[in-house]
Every structure is written in C-alpha cells, then in structure tokens.
Design a protein around this ligand. Structure first.
Ligand SMILES: *[C@@H]1O[C@H](CO)[C@@H](O)[C@H](O)[C@H]1NC(C)=O
Ligand SMILES: *[C@@H]1O[C@H](CO)[C@@H](O)[C@H](O)[C@H]1NC(C)=O
Ligand SMILES: [Mn+2]
Length: 600
C-alpha cells in the first residue's frame, strides 16, 4: 500500500489508517503487564506448544455442587435449545461460544462480557468447585513434601470482579490447600462499585465461616489505590508464615501450595511464582501453558522468557527454574518480603511494579524462581474494563524503576519509550525512600544483574540516536516501517508510535520500526538494494548474510548516505502534494532524528 499521507490532521489520519496499520498500533497500546502477560503473540505461541484443550460443555458437567443454592438448573436446560440469530457477530465473546443462547441470554452475556472482560454469564452457571485438568508434569505427583511446611496467607486483589469468579477462587483455595497450612484468605477490594460485591459476598463468607471460622478477612479501600498499594495492604493484613498475592480471577490447582512452601522453607530469600495456565475469556476452559521464566523488555513490559541453559540441561520439567523477574502472582516469606521492601508504594495504578520487585529481590540478596509443580488457572481477560490506556502509568512507573535501580543503564528505559534522555517532563514522584532502601540493604549494582541474572537483555551500548526520522523538506512526515509483512519502508504522516521509531547505530546501521530489547531478537535494518529506487528493510542478520548495503553515513541535519553505493535516502514528490521515500543519487537533502544520545 502507498502510504504518504501528508498534511492530514492527526485525527483525520487516524480515521483513514489502513487495517494493517491499526493492527500494529493497537497491539502496541494494548500490551499489558500482569500475571497473564499479553506480551508478544510470537512468544506466547512459542510457549503454547503443549495445549491440552479441554472442552467444558455446561450440560456435560458432572461435578457436585457445593450447595450454595445457585439457580442454574433451568438455564442449563434453556442453553440446549437451538437459536438461529447471532446478535453480536463481531463480539469476541461469541466468536467461538454461545451458539445455543437465546436472544435474551445473548444480550445478558454480552453486557456482562463488556463489564468484566470475560464470560461472567457462563461463570455464574458453572459449579464453584468445577474440575479443571491437572496440568502438572507427572514427576510432580511423585514428590513428597515435609509435613511441617510454613503456613500460608492467600491475598486476592480485585476491582469490580464478577462475584462468582471471586467465590470460585475462594472455593478452590479452600478445597485445594491442606487445611492445616491455610492460615487465612484476605480479600482486598480496591474500591469496587458493584453492589453484589458487598452483601452477597459477605453472605458467601458467612457460609464459608460455618465450615472454617474466621478464615476469610476483608480489606476494603474507600478509594482506588491501584494494584501496588492494594497488594501492600493485603500483605499487611496477612498473618501466615508465607504470603501469596494473587489476582482474584484465578482457580488454584490441586497441590499448588506445597511445592511453593517447600521451596520457601528451604530458602526464605526465594520469591516464587507458580505457572499460570490460561483460562479462556470466552468458554472458561483451561489451556496448559509451558513453564517458562518471566522477563521484561526495556519498556519494562513483562514477557515470557526462556529459563537459563542449566534448567534445560536438567531435562526435568518439574524442577524450579530461576527467573529474572516475576509477573503478577507472587509468593514469598512474609517477613523476608517486608525486609526486602515489599513493593514500591510510589508506583501508580499499574505496571512496572513486578519488574521492580524482580530486580530488587535479585540485587538485594534474594532470588526469583518459577515452580512448575505449582499451577494456577488464570482468566486472561479480553479487555480490561477499567483504565483503557495503561501506557501512561506504565511509562511513569518504568522511569521510576530505572531511576532507582538501573544505574548507567537507566536511559534504555527512555529510549524504549521514545522519550528524551534529559527533561522527559514526566513526574516520577519522590524516589528518595527507595534509594535509601537500596543503600540500607547494600544492594548490588544493576550491571551485576545484567551479567548474572538477565544476560539475554541487550544493553544497547552503541546507539547514538533514536526516534522519528524527518526529512527537512517536510515537517510532518516520518520514515515508517511500512506494511507488515513486507520489506519496504515508507514515508507516512508522523504519529510517533513504534512503527516510526528509528535508531542510528555507531556501526552505521539504521533500524526502522522499533528496537528489540533482547540479544536473541533481530532488528530490521535499512538497506539500499543497489538498483532501482525502492529502499529495503530486512532483519539485520539476513541483510548481513546476503551482503545487502546496510551501512549509512549520517549526521544530524545532513544526508543519509549509503557507505557502499554512495546513494542517499531521500524523498521525492509523487503528484502534487505527496512525498514518497526513495533511494537515489544524492541531491543534498537533510534528515533529523528526534533524540540524540551522544554527538554523532
Ligand atoms: C470509590 O467508590 C465509590 C463508590 O462506588 C465512588 O463514589 C468513589 O468515587 C470511588 N473513589 C475513587 C477514588 O475512585
Ligand atoms: C536540508 O538539509 C541539507 C543538508 O544539510 C541542506 O543543504 C539544505 O539546505 C536543507 N534544506 C532546507 C530546506 O532546510
Ligand atoms: Mn490477571
């Protein structure tokens, strides 16, 4: 597709963007960083090799209900009726689910889906103690654990979660944790507004207390404090030897607690995470996830990461593996967690707090492990019903983590967010307490972490400039990676999303369309094909192997000139108003790149 839309106001531009374009931008904006991680689809696909997709047809459910008197039965009968008309053909909820629903049921289910981001309609109709497949490695079943394990407090954090989902989380924790180990369950409500989370949840707790007096405690926030503060308040209320901080849209698997508690009993400085299996947001079936470590990129978005080679050499999927970071769900010795600084209470709302914890624990005398024999089924919401754009707090929190912990590498966070190194203008709050904590605990330098814990992270040492690349003949058009898949960079109205992020490297390479944070990923390099006028964009490794002309001389405000061919990256008018990106004999055009790291 031709893409040189100049002089179009930003709003209009957004409306005219082609589908390929919106997709890449949307993907960028929707990345979220929590226990589920909608990181890169690529990575998820890589990890989803093992898929045990079990179908839960409501009518074939054969599980004893716990007698909470749910009025489900007539609905199940209704659901067997055939209905023809689909009211919401474009809703993600009905893509693979709900063919049997009447129009009225579809309306109700869709409304609940919009409200919660998952199929709360179906959740209300499944038994609280439903069976979920045992996704553990067989070797886990043979493990023996000491009798005298530490006790555990389970903290569930929620904001306007569906009542039946919270009840099912509680039910699973009670049913699947040995009674003598389960000290309490702490419900932290981050100022939910839904009425049913008041009296109806209280009624359920009273029902639980007939069986287990005083087991469930409630912490209610009268204003929304955000995930980090909510987690801290849950930890404060906990009394067990170990505290597990979980989302409320989970179900624990059988035997989930013992392997975690055994690890912490053996070493109280290990902060552990179970493996989360995915509960589909539509049919609520469970998909097994491969065990993997948790990492992050320089934007501090979390992602799944391979374990270190030593773990793979063990050839035993039931073994705990060290991990650079931890996603949303964490389990720690309650006192150790306090000594190491709990969580950074200066974090706002959401994002980055898990990376902060991971880095801090490693640098200040502890470590992080993923324990594959412990598994938790976690609903991956299709959308978050609140806070549509998380990137604002994510960015701020990430800069805060960088300032406290990342030493000479902290600017990589600015680069990842395409912010200037100096004067980014974002208020990160007061970090003096956290810096004091770092001193008090005598934590190691960040370089130690890069060398020893997360060597896969690329340190971007040889970048000299980054950001949008603009020709001096036009002010509002930026170099852009162009259609994907495809190998032709284009000129496009500037919007400054990552498809327009360019990077100039001391070795003369120019990356277009973002930069990868990990050494195992490749960037895409601008090349001069040698003939014709169309520039090319190829993975740098491929470009090098094929001998493409990929090194450029460039100084701020001057020409971008290929070192091999002597030709320049330039723009040329196409028709009366539009410019396009071409390669031709140098005619004296100049380019400016948005941010400079060092003079070049
Ligand atoms: C807390 O919830 C109440 C009741 O829903 C609402 O009126 C109030 O605005 C909320 N506070 C914050 C800070 O969100
Ligand atoms: C653009 O940059 C080139 C190279 O530095 C320079 O010679 C030219 O005068 C500039 N053109 C404009 C319109 O600024
Ligand atoms: Mn979650």
């Amino acid at each position: 597709m031709r893409a040189s839309l100049l002089r179009v106001p930003a709003a209009l531009l957004a409306a005219t963007l082609a589908a390929w374009y919106m997709m890449s931008i949307k993907r960028e904006m929707q990345r979220i960083c929590e226990s589920n991680v909608a990181g890169s689809q690529e990575i998820l696909n890589r990890l989803q090799k093992v898929q045990s997709h079990v179908s839960y047809l409501v009518k074939s459910m054969n599980v004893v209900d716990h007698g909470e008197g749910q009025p489900e039965r007539d609905v199940e009968v209704k659901m067997e009726k055939k209905v023809a008309k689909k009211l919401y053909p474009n809703s993600a909820l009905f893509r693979n689910w709900g063919d049997q629903l009447s129009e009225e049921e579809q309306k109700e289910a869709e409304a609940m889906f919009q409200r919660y981001g998952y199929n709360a309609f179906l959740s209300d109709r499944l038994p609280l103690n439903r069976e979920i497949p045992d996704t553990r490695d067989k070797r886990c079943l043979e493990r023996k654990y000491p009798e005298d394990l530490p006790t555990i407090s389970v903290v569930l954090i929620y904001l306007d979660e569906a009542l039946s989902v919270i009840k099912r989380a509680i039910r699973s924790i009670i049913d699947k944790t040995p009674a003598h180990l389960l000290k309490d369950i702490i419900l932290v409500d981050d100022n939910s507004s839904h009425e049913d989370l008041k009296d109806k949840l209280d009624a359920y707790i009273s029902f639980i207390h007939e069986e287990r007096p005083g087991l469930v405690k409630r912490v209610r926030h009268r204003e929304q404090m955000g995930l980090t503060q909510a987690r801290i308040s849950g930890w404060e209320a906990a009394t067990g030897d170990v505290v597990a901080i979980l989302d409320a849209h989970i179900e624990v698997h059988v035997g989930w607690a013992e392997p975690l508690l055994a690890r912490i009993k053996a070493d109280r400085t290990v902060v552990v995470s179970p493996v989360f299996d995915k509960v589909n947001f539509d049919d609520l079936t469970v998909t097994q996830y491969f065990s993997s470590a948790h990492g992050f990129d320089w934007g501090l978005w979390c992602l799944y990461e391979g374990f270190r080679p030593e773990w793979y050499k063990l050839n035993d999927e039931s073994q705990p593996g060290k991990s650079p970071s931890i996603m949303g769900i964490l389990v720690a010795d309650r006192n150790f967690f306090g000594e190491v600084g709990v969580l950074d209470s200066g974090m706002k709302i959401y994002g980055g707090e898990n990376v902060e914890l991971g880095v801090r624990v490693w640098l200040c005398g502890g470590s992080i492990e993923i324990v594959p024999c412990s598994r938790i089924a976690h609903i991956e919401r299709s959308h978050k019903p609140y806070l549509p754009d998380l990137s604002i707090t994510m960015k701020r929190n990430a800069l805060r983590v960088a300032e406290v912990w990342m030493d000479e590498y902290k600017h990589n966070v600015n680069i990842a967010w395409n912010l200037p190194i100096k004067d980014h203008g974002i208020d990160i709050g007061d970090v003096s307490e956290r810096k004091k904590l770092r001193e008090k605990l005598k934590c190691k330098p960040f370089k130690w972490y890069l060398d020893n814990v997360y060597p896969q992270l690329d340190t971007w040492d040889d970048l000299v400039a980054y950001g949008a690349l603009v020709n001096n003949l036009t002010a509002d058009a930026c170099v852009d990676q162009g259609p994907v898949p495809g190998n032709v960079p284009v000129l496009y109205g500037c919007h400054f999303f990552s498809t327009q992020s360019c990077y100039y490297h001391t070795n003369g390479q120019i990356y277009i369309g973002g930069i990868k944070s990990h050494k195992y990923s490749d960037n895409r390099c601008l090349v001069d094909p040698g003939t014709g006028s169309t520039p090319g964009l190829y993975e740098c490794k491929e470009a090098k192997e094929k001998g493409f002309h990929m090194h450029w001389d460039f100084k701020q405000g001057r020409a971008i000139k290929n070192r091999d061919t002597g030709r320049c990256l330039e723009i040329a008018k196409e028709g009366l108003t539009y410019y396009q990106l071409i390669i031709q004999k140098c005619s004296g055009q100049g380019w400016r790149i948005q941010h400079v790291i060092k003079d070049f």
